[in-house]
Design a protein. Sequence first.
Length: 202
Amino acid sequence: MTGSNPSHFKDPDNPVETVSYDDAVDFVAKLNAFPGVADRGLVFRLPHEDEWRFAVGRGFSGEEEGLCTSWVKDNSLGMTHKVGTKKPNEFGLYDMQGNVWEWTDRASNGKGSRRGGSYCDDIGGCSPGRWVHTPSHRRYDSCGFRLAADRASAVAGENMKTTGETQRQSKLTPEELKKIVDAENAYDKKMLERKFGKGGQR
């Protein structure tokens, strides 16, 4: 979609890295505008800080568990690794700690917030509670991001409540939001018909 892979480690199964906070935000905008994405009824974004903290779960307890669930300095051989080759956390999510840092949507004063640690950090540096503020234009071969997604109908509901200046500042107009919601409903109907036949019910 972007036409290039910025990663230092080019294996297509490894996480994309060497991505700044600004790069991540630009990618999200391009993804949401990409043909066919709106038809799936989703709006992508970077995760909120509290979402990321919830998703990481309890984190690993001790070095032995950490080495089973995360690519860190002690086992990574100084490189990123294929996504999903370590054990997932209790939510079934892989690589929430280690492998690459992940940008969240938290940003202020020209800095973005990243969490999770990476392949070149000690186990302690991948603690769920640790976060680092970094200039939003900086790129590191130990930093990437993962996406969160909202149902377009939920985004539409929140945006439809806004009025005045807040509504004028919305990234999506009411007409654009309606188009996305209609596409979402059509997609859901198509999936139901595929599973249950025309007129099928959940």
